[in-house]
Design a protein around this ligand. Structure first.
Ligand code: X2X
Length: 334
């Protein structure tokens, strides 16, 4: 049918009809994450939006909400909300899920990992699947694993070169396991939302904090507020892109496949830019005026020993089977 042959009214009706069909089938999913919009988390979430819109011909797209704003600023609440279907999508780090699923603390046990190869052997392998199965029971479908990264310590009081240097420092921490780790080191930990931490650092409410370089410290300009950083790699923190089970169950197999593929690709991109930012990070932070301390293997061993009580306590909470599954995948990757 040629357009010229159509009457004006008929053409207008066709266009209106097409628009209505378009409007009825297009769906915007809401994605919550709990850091700022300059971070690699946010870039990964936007990449997912691009890829899923492309894969579905615009039928599904994603609106990204940073700083846990959909959870009233409460970063730990996101997991519970996604579980009951109050959010469509979440991008958050393992540590934020520990109040709902204590097993998720396994990733962040002090000094569990020594390299990215070991990390990838777990998040991209069987152990990651094991954790995804546990999350599924809570109504969360893990689509892909991304990276927050190895968490490094910053503060405004002194360079940290040994466990003794941590004594008496007021440290902001994200979650319960880090409270025990900081206590083991003799610091004074205080749990606080990330969205409130930058102000707390600025005002001297706390002396320091710990976060990964590429994903958070650089993009959120922590170097503007903190003088000293020590790359002690004491705890690794993955992120995951998850969808509520209620939403997942509403899709056919083809749409699910598209969602999973887009998520995998977006998180591969997110891991890559996070690692690049981290690799270039020490030079960047030095240039910005931070004093960087890179501990020797012997000094790392001292931190490892000092944090061992927290490792043991949390390994017991996680459960020996899960810890063993992680440790054997890690050993095989060495
Ligand atoms: O709150 C933090 O420190 C952060 C952003 O790393 C987490 O989400 C755990």
């Amino acid at each position: 049918m040629k357009v010229e042959k159509l009457g004006r009214a008929a053409l207008a009706a066709m266009v209106a009809g097409a628009m209505m069909v378009g409007a009825a089938s297009a769906e915007t999913l809401r994605l919550s994450h709990n850091v700022g919009d300059t971070t690699t988390w946010h870039q990964g979430a936007e990449k997912f939006n691009e890829l899923i819109a492309e894969a579905t011909g615009g039928e599904i797209d994603v609106r990204v909400f940073p700083n846990a704003q959909l959870a009233g600023g409460d970063q730990m609440k996101q997991a519970e909300m996604i579980g009951r279907g109050a959010l469509d999508l979440v991008l958050t780090s393992a540590i934020n899920v520990t109040p709902l699923v204590p097993e998720m603390a396994v990733f962040s046990l002090p000094y569990l990992y020594a390299s990215y190869d070991q990390v990838d052997a777990t998040t991209q392998g069987e152990p990651g699947q094991m954790m995804a199965d546990i999350l599924l029971d809570k109504g969360i479908v893990v689509l892909a694993w991304g990276e927050n990264g190895f968490r490094e310590v910053t503060n405004n009081v002194r360079p940290i070169t040994s466990p003794e240097d941590m004594k008496g420092l007021n440290m902001r921490v994200a979650g319960p396991m880090y409270i025990d780790v900081m206590n083991a080191l003799g610091a004074n930990p205080q749990q606080m939302q990330w969205s409130e931490t930058l102000t707390a650092l600025q005002q001297g409410v706390v002396d320091g904090q710990e976060n990964p370089i590429g994903a958070v410290i650089i993009p959120q300009q922590v170097y503007e507020m903190q003088k000293y950083i020590t790359t002690w790699h004491y705890s690794y923190d993955p992120i995951f892109l998850g969808i509520s089970k209620a939403k997942w169950d509403s899709y056919d197999a083809e749409t699910r496949e598209k969602l999973r593929t887009a998520a995998q690709e977006a998180m591969a991109y997110q891991r890559q830019i996070t690692r690049e930012g981290t690799a270039n990070g020490i030079a960047f932070l030095t240039e910005k005026g931070m004093e960087v301390y890179e501990p020797t293997p012997e000094e790392l061993q001292a931190f490892r020993e000092a944090t061992k009580p927290a490792f043991d306590e949390w390994a017991a909470k996680v459960g020996p089977e899960i810890v063993a599954a992680f440790q054997s995948a890690i050993a095989a990757a060495q």
